[in-house]
Design a protein around this ligand. Structure first.
Ligand code: MG
Ligand code: ZN
Length: 227
């Protein structure tokens, strides 16, 4: 028996916007429809004067719900999938690594974009949406638990805490500052962009990736090294 067969179950928590996809879809949608006043909300969110939940909620409230069709269509067609994603899903399956999407994105684009990859719906966490009122209203079915006070909207650390570290080897893949709290809980961090900068700044061990092939190579190398 190898070391790995007795080890904890590996589980991946994978961000969506800017990670599975090449670009951030929320910003792309808002930029595209360009409602008056979005820039200052975006700036205040980035400056952390508004929580992610407040910022994203306010941004979508700038758009009338009557624009549902255009907004949904743009959200779906705008996204490009990062290289190697499908291969990575296969790799996870073959190596019995549990795979979860933990996304601060919105259901109306997250589910359609992921549809062709056959990820079980209960392995995808994201925010919801309601087009029945006057304005687009974002819904928050995955709020912060008592251990998190960041008002995340979709709380990645709350989800990670459902998979305790004594049973699971927790792996996080992300690209932005909103992935950092989860990265602190993880055994292994795959980072790019702002998440890499934040990890460097605060001395958190991480592995940089550009495509999902990089992550497969690194995981393979680690497996070989520990055998
Ligand atoms: Mg992201
Ligand atoms: Zn939270």
């Amino acid at each position: 028996m190898t070391v790995n067969e007795t080890a904890k179950k590996r589980i991946v928590f994978c961000d969506f916007d800017g990670t599975i996809t090449v670009n951030d879809n929320i910003i792309a949608i808002i930029k595209h429809f360009n409602p008056e006043g979005w820039e200052s909300i975006a700036e205040r969110t980035i400056a952390q004067e508004l929580s992610i939940k407040e910022g994203v909620g306010q941004l979508f409230r700038l758009l009338p719900a009557s624009m549902e069709k255009e907004v949904v269509e743009f959200g779906i067609t705008n996204a490009r999938i990062r290289d190697g994603f499908e291969a990575f899903l296969t790799y996870c399956k073959e190596n019995r690594i549990e795979f979860y999407v933990t996304s601060g994105g919105i259901d109306f684009f997250v589910y359609p974009i992921l549809e062709r990859f056959g990820i079980a719906a209960d392995h995808i966490y994201c925010n919801g949406s309601d087009f029945s009122g006057d304005r687009i209203e974002i819904l928050w079915p995955n709020p912060c638990d008592e251990h998190c006070s960041n008002d995340c909207g979709m709380c990645k650390t709350t989800i990670m805490r459902n998979f305790p570290s004594d049973e699971y080897e927790r792996i996080i893949i992300g690209d932005s500052v909103t992935d950092f709290e989860g990265a602190k809980l993880a055994d292994t961090v795959y980072s790019r962009s702002h998440l890499t900068a934040k990890c460097k700044e605060l001395g958190l061990p991480h592995h940089e990736y550009e495509t999902f092939y990089d992550i497969i190579h690194h995981m393979n190398a680690e497996r070989t090294a520990t055998k």
